[in-house]
Design a protein around this ligand. Structure first.
Ligand code: UT7
Length: 330
C-alpha cells in the first residue's frame, strides 16, 4: 500500500491583511487617573501616547473574526477555501476550548482550528506552520490571526504593565503564490527566563481571581535589543536578503526604545522604514506585528510587495523572525 502525499512544493505568501482596532482610544492621562505615573514618563520611557481598549461589545472572538473577515475579503478567499484557522493569543479567557474553532465557525468555516500560545511572538510563530501547510500542498488557504484583549488581564495600578498593554487584532491569509512571500523562520526559546513575563495568580487550583500579566520589564529590555539582533541576522541569512535590501522593519511593538536600540544593533540603513505603531496602539502582544504592518501600509510608510523583516519576542521567552513580502490591505 502507498500512502499518498503532496510532493511538489509551492510558494506561500500573505495574500491579504485585515485588522480590528477597538473603538475606544485611551490616553496616558486616562491611564494616570488610576496609575501612579505621568504622560511625560510613559512617553519618554515607552513611546506610547495612546492605546485602545475593547468595550463590553468587543470580544476577543469578535475582534479576531472581524480582522479575519477583512483579510479574507482583501485576499478574495472564501470561507469554504480555508484548510485551517490559527489564532495566536494569550488572552483567550479559557484554556479549553481554544478560541480558533469559534473564530472558524464565525467565519462560516468547518476547517481545522487551533490556538498558538507563544506570548507576543505568537503571530510570528503561527506564520511558520501556516506557510509550511500551504507550501506542502496540505492546505490551500490558512488565516493566521493575532488577537489580544490584555485590558481584561491587567492590574491598572501596576506600574510595570498598566500603561503598556492594549487590545486589538490583525489577520493575514496565507495562501499559494507565484513567488516566495514568507521567508524561512529564525526562531527559538529560552525557558530559563520563564519568570520574566508571567500570568498570576494561576488560574489553576483554588484561585478564582482574574489572572493578571506581570512583567520584569527591565529584564526584557536588557535581553531583547541584543538577542533579537542575532535573530534578525539569522532570518536575513536564511532568506538570502541583505540588510540593505530591506524596505521595512516591523518588530513586535514592545517599547519604542527597544525598537530604536534593536534597529541600531541590526545596523539598519536610514532607508529602511521602521514600524512605530506602539505610539498609537501600545503593546498589543500577539496582535502587534500585523497591526503595525497595517499601520505602515495605510500611512504609506511601506508599500504592498515591499521586503520587510518581522521580529517578535515575549513570554516564554519565545521569539521568531523572518523576511516577508508585505500583503495588500483594504
Ligand atoms: O511585549 C512583551 C515584552 N515586553 C517588553 O518588551 C517590555 C520591555 N520593557 C520596557 O518596556 C521597560 O522596561 C518599561 C517601560 C516597562 C520600564 O522602563 P524602564 O526604563 O525599564 O524603567 P524602570 O523599571 O527601570 O524604572 C525607572 C524609574 C524608577 O525610578 P527610580 O528608581 O529611577 O527613581 C521607577 O520607580 O522609573 C520609575 N517607574 C515609574 N515611574 C512612573 C517605574 N515604572 C513607572 C511608571 N511611572 N509606570
Amino acid at each position: 500500500m502507498t500512502i499518498m502525499q503532496a510532493t511538489e512544493l509551492t510558494h506561500a505568501a500573505m495574500l491579504g491583511l485585515g485588522v480590528y482596532r477597538p473603538e475606544r482610544v485611551v490616553t496616558n492621562e486616562e491611564i494616570c487617573e488610576t496609575l501612579d505615573s505621568t504622560d511625560e514618563w510613559i512617553q519618554s520611557r515607552s513611546g506610547i501616547r495612546t492605546r485602545r481598549f475593547a468595550g463590553a461589545e468587543e470580544s476577543l472572538i469578535g475582534m479576531a473574526t472581524a480582522a479575519a473577515e477583512r483579510a479574507l475579503a482583501v485576499s478574495g478567499v472564501s470561507a469554504d477555501q480555508l484548510g485551517c484557522v490559527i489564532v495566536a493569543t494569550s488572552t483567550h479567557p479559557e484554556h479549553t476550548p481554544a478560541s480558533a474553532p469559534q473564530v472558524a465557525t464565525a467565519l462560516g468555516s468547518t476547517a481545522a482550528a487551533f490556538d498558538v500560545s507563544a506570548g507576543c511572538a505568537g503571530f510570528c510563530h503561527a506564520l511558520n506552520p501556516a506557510s509550511a501547510m500551504v507550501r506542502s500542498g496540505a492546505e490551500s488557504h490558512v488565516p493566521v490571526i493575532g488577537v489580544e484583549q490584555l485590558s481584561r488581564f491587567m492590574d491598572p495600578t501596576d506600574r510595570g504593565t498598566a500603561f503598556i498593554f492594549a487590545d486589538g487584532a490583525g489577520a493575514v491569509v496565507v495562501g499559494p503564490s507565484g513567488a516566495t512571500g514568507i521567508g524561512p523562520t529564525a526562531w527559538g526559546s529560552d525557558g530559563s527566563q520563564s519568570g520574566v513575563i508571567t500570568q498570576t495568580p494561576s488560574c489553576l487550583g483554588a484561585h478564582t481571581e482574574t489572572p493578571v500579566v506581570q512583567m520584569e520589564g527591565t529584564a526584557v529590555f536588557r535581553w531583547a535589543p541584543f538577542a533579537m539582533a542575532e535573530v534578525a541576522h539569522s532570518a536575513l541569512r536564511a532568506a538570502g536578503v541583505a540588510v540593505d535590501d530591506l524596505d521595512a522593519f516591523i518588530p513586535h511593538q514592545a517599547n519604542l526604545r527597544i525598537t530604536q536600540t534593536l534597529s541600531r544593533n541590526i545596523k539598519l540603513p536610514e532607508s529602511v522604514a521602521v514600524a512605530t505603531d506602539i505610539v498609537d496602539s501600545g503593546n498589543t502582544s500577539a496582535a502587534s506585528v500585523p497591526l503595525a504592518m497595517e499601520a505602515m501600509l495605510r500611512k504609506g510608510e511601506a508599500r504592498v510587495g515591499d521586503v520587510a523583516l518581522l521580529i517578535a519576542f515575549g513570554a516564554g521567552l519565545s521569539y521568531a523572525g523572518r523576511v516577508v513580502a508585505l500583503p495588500p490591505i483594504e
